[in-house]
Design a protein around this ligand. Sequence first.
Ligand code: 3EB
Length: 343
Amino acid sequence: MTVTHPGTPTLTTALDCVFVWHGEDERARVAGRNVLGSVTYGHGGRSPGLLHGVPRLEVAMAAPADRPVTEVWTTDRQVRAGRQDDLVYAEDGEHFFCAVRIDERDVYRDAVRAVYESAFTLMWRLGYTRLVRMWNLVGAITESNGEGTENYRDFCVGRAQVFEAWSDRIAGMPAATGIGSLRPGIDLYFLASRSGIATHLENPRQTPAHQYPRQYGPKSPSFARATVLESAAGSVPALFVSGTASIIGDDTVHPDDVEAQCAVTLANIETLVSHENLRRHGLAGGFRLDDLDRVKVYVRDAEHLPVVRARCAEVLRTDVDIAFFNVDVCRPDLLVEIEGICR
Ligand code: 3EB
């Protein structure tokens, strides 16, 4: 049940997220809500752990001159946190947050399979059977592993094997991000729900990633373009937009033109969140780029940051949480990738 207070709207945000910049008062931003988990996009990196009873991890995503930002996931319910093996997690009876790190190794797929397997087993055992949103932060993402396979493709193999193995229990794949990070190894975290209805969306402009042809890797990436979560009665549905890039069909378009890549990426998101696309998936409502918040923008080349910022400022609201990261994207020809949440 969602708790409402007199004077607040009856529609509540059962699960929410805020960006807290280094030096800001986290407690003030979180404002009396309970923390389910927090992820610092910082300079170093810190394996997932529990701090004051809350899952916390730090991923190396900020350039030396950039201010770290922490993504804080909050809920209006009571939270219980725990650890199991390398996993840290928290649950509130309706939502589940889980994080795990895979340290640097020659070949990742077996470790990816093992951590995804243990994470799915844990969430399933605790009753959170509906995946909502996943983030995979992959060091040296487009470089070769110890056997000459690109790290991202290597990662995709292990992940796909687990989704195949769980396909009788986990229907479909959720919204996700697969992006570069600034230290070797793979950090991943995800959200799942107990009774909320999670509907995974595809984009009519893009081939579903799990149907990408073999040229992009032996196993295609396991994610949907977005997931809509309709939580308990009385809470606002949220649409989680996956990392979105300048891909039409399965092709990277405008490989050498960052402004054009921005325009295609934003147009992809606009179509994805639209009323027409929700209706295509049997859902009511719809969103516009104006509704995108908690935005993360990944830019491969630092010199492109100003133009990407400018393009985003033109189409997104100016009062939203938005963070920019100078990291590699999962195809060498992708210069920019954008994600966010509509509600
Ligand atoms: C793409 O559309 C760009 O592997 O989890 C975006 C979002 C991308 C998620 C993932 C990859 C992933 O294929 C890359």
